[in-house]
Ligand binder design. Sequence first.
Ligand SMILES: C[S@@+](CC[C@H](N)C(=O)[O-])C[C@H]1O[C@@H](n2cnc3c(N)ncnc32)[C@H](O)[C@@H]1O
Length: 236
Amino acid sequence: MTVKLKPRLAGVASLVPSGTVVADIGTDHAYLPVHLVQEKACPRVIAVEKSPLNSRLAQETVNLFNLTHKVEVRVGDGLLALDEKDGVEIVVIAGLGGKTVCRMLIAAANKLRSYKRLVLQPMGDVPLVRRWLAAHGFCFARERLVQEKENYYEIIAVEKGRQIVKEPIFLEIGPALLRERDPLLIPWLKHKLEHYEKVMQGLLRSRNGKEDPRWRYFNFQYDRLKGVLEDVCRGE
Ligand SMILES: C[S@@+](CC[C@H](N)C(=O)[O-])C[C@H]1O[C@@H](n2cnc3c(N)ncnc32)[C@H](O)[C@@H]1O
């Protein structure tokens, strides 16, 4: 019996190198750890969960797939639940808000450099997460876009290294998404532009209209986003 992941988690799994020791922070149902052992030859996965109830659900999944010798469910708070002795190489944080991801990274900032790779899939505030990573000695090794119905998800794999972010728009778009010309890059940029248009139209209807600093900010970002889309379409 194998576990079948939805596209979002399958995308996360695709950025985890095969055969590595992994910690899945905020594992919930522990489907990802089971998949990593079954499909990516991961010898050991620590499935960290803050909620005792969800950790019980995670343990049930692990028991169901007879993987108690390879997947350890651990109740704890973020990366603080990990110990050097665990020998974790890859840390995954998926499905949590960007601010929560940043808080977890900040809380464990002194241990982060001991990991080979962090695979992050924040639900929102992704530029904030990229900004923190770039400012703290991580470079964007790989990034991927995944679509589930009308939602797009950004998955970021960072490693130790220097990252130059030429201008703020590349915190929003993702340097590796651009570099690797992700197959979903063009539809995703168009989707983002549509979202900006809706937000700007809403702001225009408000009292301050174009004088609203948020409208000016969105207008600026919109123009840059459009410029990047045109460059990508021209193959630059
Ligand atoms: C929305 S679920 C995401 C589950 C899975 N990672 C995914 O991507 O589908 C978030 C999980 O993270 C857990 N969580 C929230 N804060 C946490 C923390 N500080 N440490 C560990 N787990 C946490 C929650 O209890 C919940 O089970």
